[in-house]
Ligand binder design. Structure first.
Ligand SMILES: [Mg+2]
Length: 222
């Protein structure tokens, strides 16, 4: 049975997997923390890879202010974040990672394509647009769906409807654990913040997305 009749869904992480936004997200978080909450260098020592926007806000508030952000503060934070992110993306550009466009082109007639990202939806769409990848994904799970990555992956899967198999593609151990929690196959790609060794418990580890089409062809016989 070919994969076209198998109802496969690929869910791509964004940062470190499809693109490198040159720290635009981190820089925007730091600007908001300084301008709205009076905290300089708020991200120092905070790892962003694989985490959701809400989880990062929580980590920063706990580390710098010793408390959680209120619901109102989160809303204020994210409202201030989006225009800063958009401006930074426009100024600094985005690097589309090796093999990403070719892999998406190759998969498009063979599987359904979505995103599963810790970015809130507006942030995800801004990054994808800056990378020239807007309009390639029919479904998504986002950081605004849940602070917990496994839950936003589950939301993306639920939005896709009937499926035989879900394949999560991501660059961190958090992508792997979220995929496992959703019974998804997981392809790790060592183009982001975690090393190939750290990612070795994925179903497969790619050095870059250039390796994805051959893996798919061998696994699904198309
Ligand atoms: Mg990532």
């Amino acid at each position: 049975m070919g994969s076209q009749s198998r109802h496969l869904l690929y869910l791509f992480d964004i940062d470190g997997t499809l693109l490198d936004a040159h720290g635009s997200g981190r820089g925007s978080f730091d600007e908001v923390m300084l301008e709205r909450f009076g905290v300089a260098n708020a991200s120092e020592g905070v790892r962003y890879g694989g985490k959701t926007d809400h989880a990062i806000i929580e980590e920063i508030f706990r580390a710098r202010l010793g408390r959680s952000a209120t619901t109102a503060e989160r809303a204020e934070f994210l409202a201030a974040y989006v225009p800063r992110l958009t401006a930074k993306l426009a100024a600094g550009g985005v690097k589309v990672l090796d093999g990403a466009v070719a892999a998406l082109d190759w998969l498009a007639p063979r599987a359904r394509l979505g995103v599963a990202t810790g970015n809130i939806r507006e942030g995800a769409e801004a990054k994808l647009a800056a990378a020239g990848l807007a309009g390639r994904f029919e479904v998504g799970g986002y950081g605004c769906d849940s602070a917990v990555r496994a839950e936003l992956v589950a939301r993306a899967i639920a939005r896709a409807g009937t499926l035989d198999e879900v394949i999560v593609v991501g660059d961190t151990i958090h992508d792997i654990s979220a995929a496992r929690a959703c019974n998804a196959t997981v392809c790790a790609v060592a183009t982001g913040s975690d090393t190939a060794e750290a990612l070795a418990h994925a179903d497969v580890v790619f050095r870059s997305l250039t390796e994805l089409p051959a893996w798919h062809a061998a696994r699904y016989a198309c």
